[in-house]
Design a protein around this ligand. Structure first.
Ligand code: DGJ
Length: 539
């Protein structure tokens, strides 16, 4: 009897603590955005599965991949065509099983609503939407030809998507409103239109000839006028962006009313090496960098506009982080590359741009086979396991330190030090010290000691000043040296102590103290990675 009573109490306590867990949310404190999960800042170390992997049976093969990657969050699609095979008839069995399995795996989920738009087309709309082109009209291109994209001007289509998305969010609340295994939802996927810059149907043309809505000109601080007067050569794209964004916002608002999880929209970027033609090089009307202000004005029900960053060069990658991580928008990278260079770009995103999360796309492939022909920047036949190892190493090393990294973000005292072509050293400036990070072998020459770079550009680190004269350095294939900050009267810096260790439940656990050969010339982060903590003095 007593035992029964005790377990009833325990069950009640568990239920209470589950109910008490606050909703995931995105907040801004000072200049810094945070994603709060269970009331604490959470950084998504994610991975997105391939498009047709959102099935429990297929996921059984993928959960071990997440484990091998050391990810904390799985990004998995939910398909409108599967959820609502007939109008008003909803099926959430697959979603429910995936949520249960994620709990067993101790993983969080970000679910991706593949609705009206998927990569600038309509392929995930249910067949009853696809088949009825009168009720659910397609966009017309400038020649009047219908394309494979639903028109954002149809209230009927919007209501159908909103209704389905609301049913999905209502269901999520029922099955996960206490435990919050699902921490965020993506609304649509890379919305906008391929094949046309905007809808050229007669009703849309009429709207286009009219004035830009006052709400938009006011938000953008522009004078009133027609779309062409206000936006000049970008008028068609701006018109598309406003209407697509308003539509997506309506869908989001419908879902949010049911269950207030953080919502984001992902973007097929225009920053690729191509002619920047909206509707050709990228979906027109998406939240590309040139349309971001319009999207922000149109989407109060969406927390974050999130770039899918496949830009291969580091300057381009950083530029995208810079343009999406802005005072009114947190940086979240829901899709990116998983190979080679992207492993070091992760350090920029987390340390320099305070990213809420980072997730390579197509993690199904990890560990399997070799690269086929035609993958940019990689020779065919290279082992995929080798290619993704740096990313797996990142997750393994950074995973246990995420609470700390989240706390250091936004302080101005966290910086990346990343190797690039011809960039073999980085000089970082902190309150009283300068830190010189170097990659590869070093050699003395006129003017100091210079580094040669590593064979495969694997040098990547982040340095945080965690207390006065105290630093944590995390990374791979990097050496670091300290000097008093330039301009200081002090001439020399010396270690009081250096430790190598790890973070465990927010606590620093030193495994050993480093001294002698290990600290005399410089500190060293080896190829397999390390976390060092160093206390200095200067004199
Ligand atoms: C971006 C899309 O959002 C994903 O769903 C997927 O199609 C990838 N592109 C493929 O590279």
């Amino acid at each position: 009897m007593l035992r029964l009573f005790k377990s009833a109490l325990l069950a009640a306590a568990l239920v209470c603590s589950a109910i008490a867990a606050p909703m995931p949310q995105i907040v801004k404190q000072g200049k810094k955005f945070s994603l709060l999960v269970d009331g604490k800042p959470f950084i998504v170390l994610g991975g997105q599965v391939n498009n047709s992997t959102g099935w429990p049976s297929r996921m059984q093969e993928i959960w071990p991949v997440y484990k091998a990657l050391h990810a904390n969050t799985a990004e998995i699609p939910v398909y409108w065509e599967v959820v609502e095979p007939k109008p008003g008839e909803f099926h959430f069995e697959a979603v429910d099983q995936i949520i249960r399995d994620a709990r067993t795996q101790n993983m969080r989920l970000i679910l991706l609503w593949f609705g009206t738009w998927k990569n600038g087309v309509m392929d995930y709309a249910p067949s009853w939407v696809k088949a009825d082109t009168v009720k659910y009209p397609r966009m017309l291109d400038s020649g009047g030809k219908p394309v494979r994209v639903l028109s954002p001007h149809s209230e009927t289509t919007m209501n159908a998507d909103r209704n389905a998305f609301a049913a999905f969010m209502r269901h999520l609340k029922e099955v996960d409103g206490d435990l919050h295994t699902v921490i965020m939802v993506q609304v649509e996927n890379e919305p906008g239109s391929l094949f046309t810059d905007r809808d050229h149907a007669p009703a849309a043309n009429k709207l286009f000839e009219g004035s830009v809505p006052g709400a938009l000109t006011t938000a953008l601080k522009k004078n009133a006028g027609t779309w062409t007067q206000v936006f000049g050569p970008e008028a068609d794209e701006a018109f598309a962006a406003w209407h697509v964004a308003k539509y997506v916002n309506e869908v989001a608002a419908g879902g949010r009313k049911e269950y207030g999880l953080p919502l984001y929209v992902n973007v097929w970027l225009r920053e690729r090496k191509n002619f920047m033609r909206p509707g050709e090089a990228y979906p027109s009307g998406g939240a590309t960098s040139n349309m971001l202000d319009i999207w922000k004005a149109a989407t109060p029900s969406i927390d974050v506009i999130a770039p899918d960053i496949y830009v291969m060069d580091y300057a381009g990658y950083r530029a995208v982080c810079e343009s999406y991580g802005r005072p009114d928008n947190a940086l979240l990278i829901p899709e990116t590359g998983g190979f080679g260079a992207f492993a070091r770009y992760m350090f920029y995103a987390l340390a320099d741009y305070d990213a809420l999360g980072f997730a390579p796309f197509g993690i199904d492939r990890i560990g399997a086979g070799t690269v086929p022909d035609g993958v940019p920047g990689v020779s065919a036949g290279t082992s995929i396991a080798d290619l993704v190892r740096p990313m797996m190493d990142n997750y393994r090393l950074l995973g246990p330190a995420l609470d700390q990294i989240a706390a250091w973000q936004g302080t101005g005292k966290l910086h990346s030090a990343v190797e690039e072509d011809q960039i073999t050293e980085r000089l970082l400036t902190f309150t009283d010290y300068e830190v010189l990070a170097q990659f590869g072998r070093t050699e003395s020459s006129y003017g100091g000691t210079f580094a040669s770079g590593t064979a495969r550009k694997t040098g990547r680190a982040m340095v945080s000043e965690v207390a006065p004269d105290e630093f944590v350095i995390i990374g791979f294939d990097t050496t670091v040296r300290f000097e008093p900050r330039r301009g200081s009267k002090l001439k020399s810096a010396q270690f009081l102590w250096v430790e190598e260790g790890r973070f465990e439940n927010g606590e620093w656990k030193a495994a050993r103290r480093l001294n002698g050969d290990e600290t005399f010339f410089r500190l060293n982060l080896p190829a397999q990675g390390a976390i060092l903590r160093a206390k200095l003095m200067s004199y």
